[in-house]
Design a protein around this ligand. Structure first.
Ligand code: NAD
Length: 292
């Protein structure tokens, strides 16, 4: 089937995702306040005009407040039975609230944050972690298949965001733990390659060590080998750790490692030189500090 799709937010992630949908034969109308566009996507004059005829509306926006304001504009303009798919990373409460508003208006909703970054968006190999009704998920599945390689249905609306921030809280904490272990190993005179050889095949292994090693010249190619150009920028990790702390406070979950990871990335991004660097640049930061 060929669908009409409204795509709101044609930034670093949204533009290649919209392009892939157009490439697959769907009619994609896009809108972005910055005036950006994407190949094969026709530009609408407003968010609601991009969505009026749409079978699906996809949003790829910076945060929950912007999602709420775009939803307030777009949901009333959508036709009955259409589905809103929010692929942004936002707070769980915003996802749940927008999902409830959509349901009240007879519209489908799926929260579907992604992992895979800009490379995955361009290649159509994103992973979607999703929340919503079975019917809304089933309806959206053909679009996930175009934009990504895997979509996991995690539960009701908001569950996709919950899965995303739990995953990234683990990622932030394991990256810092891996980096501080390298900084300690340096001081103990342990060769970084030997450290990798041992840990990557021992119980300290993780994605941060094995797939995205923060030490240059060690392990598979990673941003460390490219002067810590992102990759996954430290400020995006900070955003996700902020969302996991916000959620933890809201439900009174005890997340001390997540809280510390959040504080360390906040200092790195806001006080030090971390902004615009890959999140694995925590290694040179910790190594430099422990020298003084
Ligand atoms: P981006 O800043 O490049 O894109 C966001 C776009 O939204 C911008 O082009 C902006 O002009 C537009 N926008 C803002 N307000 C708008 C409005 N009211 N109406 C229409 N458009 C509006 O960000 P990005 O890197 O594309 O990330 C988008 C989302 O995906 C974020 O929630 C981010 O956390 C998440 N994400 C990003 C990555 C990544 O590697 N970049 C990876 C996973 C998830």
């Amino acid at each position: 089937a060929s669908f009409t799709i409204g795509f709101i937010g044609l930034g670093n992630m949204g533009a290649p995702m919209a392009h892939n949908l157009a490439q697959a034969g769907h009619k994609v109308q896009g809108y972005d306040t910055a005036g950006t566009t994407a190949e094969g996507v026709s530009v609408a004059q407003s968010a609601d005009s991009a969505c009026a005829e749409a079978d699906f509306v996809i949003t790829m926006l910076p945060n929950g407040a912007i999602l709420r304001s775009v939803a307030a504009q777009v949901l009333p303009a959508m036709k009955q039975g259409a589905t809103l798919i929010d692929c942004s990373t936002v707070d769980v409460d915003s996802a749940r609230d927008v999902g409830a508003q959509a349901a009240e208006m007879g519209l489908g909703f799926v929260d579907a944050p992604v992992s895979g970054g800009i490379g995955g968006a361009a290649a159509g190999t994103l992973t979607f972690m999703t929340g919503g009704t079975d019917a809304a998920f089933a309806a959206a599945q053909p679009l996930f298949d175009i934009m990504g390689q895997k979509a996991v249905h995690c539960g009701a609306a908001g569950s996709g965001q919950a899965a995303k921030i739990c995953n990234n809280m683990i990622l932030g904490a394991t990256m810092i733990a891996t980096c501080e272990a390298f900084a300690l190993a340096d001081k103990l005179g342990l060769d970084r390659q030997k450290m990798f050889d041992v840990v990557s095949t021992s119980s300290g292994y993780s994605w941060s060590m094995n797939a995205y090693c923060p030490a240059p010249g060690v392990g598979p190619q990673s941003p460390a080998d490219n002067d810590y150009k992102p990759g996954f920028a430290a400020e995006l990790m900070l955003k996700d750790l902020g969302l996991s702390q916000q959620a933890a406070q809201a439900v009174d979950a005890d997340t001390p490692m997540g809280a510390l990871a959040h504080a360390l990335y906040a200092e790195f991004v806001e006080v030090e030189d971390g902004k615009g660097r890959d999140f694995s640049a925590m290694l040179p930061r910790l190594a430099a500090r422990s020298r003084s």
